[in-house]
Design a protein around this ligand. Structure first.
Ligand code: CMX
Ligand code: CO
Length: 152
């Protein structure tokens, strides 16, 4: 056993699983699947033109930090969008994970200092008035990862 102190890993500020993003071709059919199969209801629907998605948030549970965990169903609004490209390559399925933070810029800076590419220089507009950044899937074990700071 070495007496060397363990390396200090900076706290990322990520405190919950905010949502799992699921790519689908038909948002209404996907909403109906989750309602019929599990009884999950839509809390919010929105079009985000910057991200090229029509989306629905289905609340699954509350979390210890006062936030919540959702499924985010994503239908592309244009053929050159990330979700459309993903559907062409992989078909429908899990598209990304999102972790919640109270400070998205701080969390992104901390993670970005650990050899992970942060795709957004500044946080962008996300669902329900949130602020979001994405991390490159090739630096995250093949998982497209989003960091989310909820509104308010
Ligand atoms: N999960 C895992 N890997 C993914 C991926 C995903 N969702 N999307 C792309 N990749 C992989 C591809 O398979 C490809 O791998 P190979 O090189 O081994 O073939 C590699 O990443 C590059 O993919 P690409 O589509 O050719 O590359 P792009 O750089 O054009 O796009 C990405 C990839 C992640 C940078 C882009 O999709 C992006 O910027 N995503 C962030 C924005 C987004 O996804 N918005 C929609 C959701 C909005 C929301 O949640 O609110
Ligand atoms: Co998302």
């Amino acid at each position: 056993m070495s007496d060397a102190p363990a390396p200090t890993i900076p706290f990322s500020g990520l405190t919950r699983l905010d949502h799992v993003g699921i790519a689908c071709r038909d948002l209404d059919a996907s909403i109906e699947f989750y309602r019929r199969t599990y009884g999950f209801e839509v809390e919010h629907e929105e079009v985000n033109e910057e991200q090229g998605v029509r989306e629905a948030m289905l609340r699954i549970n509350g979390t210890d930090d006062g936030g919540a965990t959702y499924l985010q169903l994503l239908e592309p609004t244009r053929p050159d969008s990330p979700v459309a490209t993903f559907l062409d390559r992989n078909g429908e399925g899990v598209h990304h994970l999102a972790f919640g933070t109270s400070d998205v810029a701080g969390s992104a800076a901390t993670v970005g200092a650990r050899d992970v590419r942060v795709l957004d220089r500044e946080p962008r507009h996300g669902t329900l008035g949130s602020r979001i950044v994405f991390l490159h899937p090739k630096d995250c074990g093949g998982v497209l990862t989003e960091l989310v700071q909820s509104a308010g």
